[in-house]
Design a protein around this ligand. Structure first.
Ligand SMILES: [Zn+2]
Ligand SMILES: [Zn+2]
Length: 143
């Protein structure tokens, strides 16, 4: 089992991932562009594999899918840290830039590629999904 750690910009929030991410994607949806100024590299993880210390605040927005997305951030420095969907409470999204070692993960696909800016650099080696991908299948051990 590999364990990863990370923190927000000011260090008030720390987190630990106790299991491997289920998926690692670069998301080009318009919401992620607002948060990241570019594509956002996101880890999809089991909610119970994410341990958070410190206070986070949440901002809730309804996605195009109709699901309620809660984006969690550090109230002191504003760093976007996590996201959770009302439709899939078993998963959490972790913003990869906050990992202590961002090189320890490798994105496998670009998602919402249809809304990427014309100047965006999308690696043609990666799988390209125009909009929302299927959610990862929960590992059997998690049921
Ligand atoms: Zn902070
Ligand atoms: Zn997105």
């Amino acid at each position: 089992m590999s364990e990863r750690s990370g923190r927000c910009l000011c260090g008030a929030v720390h987190f630990t991932l106790t299991r491997e991410p289920l998926a690692t994607r670069i998301c080009w949806c318009r919401d992620c562009q607002h948060l990241a100024a570019n594509g956002s590299v996101n880890l999809m993880v089991d909610s119970d594999a994410l341990q958070i210390t410190g206070e986070v605040k949440g901002y809730v927005k309804t996605a195009d899918s109709g699901n309620q997305i809660t984006r969690q951030f550090c109230p002191a420095c504003g760093t976007q840290l996590f996201a959770r969907s009302s439709a899939r409470p078993q998963f959490a999204v972790v913003r990869a830039g906050n990992l202590d070692d961002p090189s320890s993960i490798r994105p496998t696909m670009n998602i919402w590629a249809s809304s990427a800016p014309k100047w965006a650099c999308l690696d043609p080696q990666l799988e390209r999904i125009e909009q929302q991908p299927q959610p990862p299948k929960a590992p059997a051990a998690a049921t």
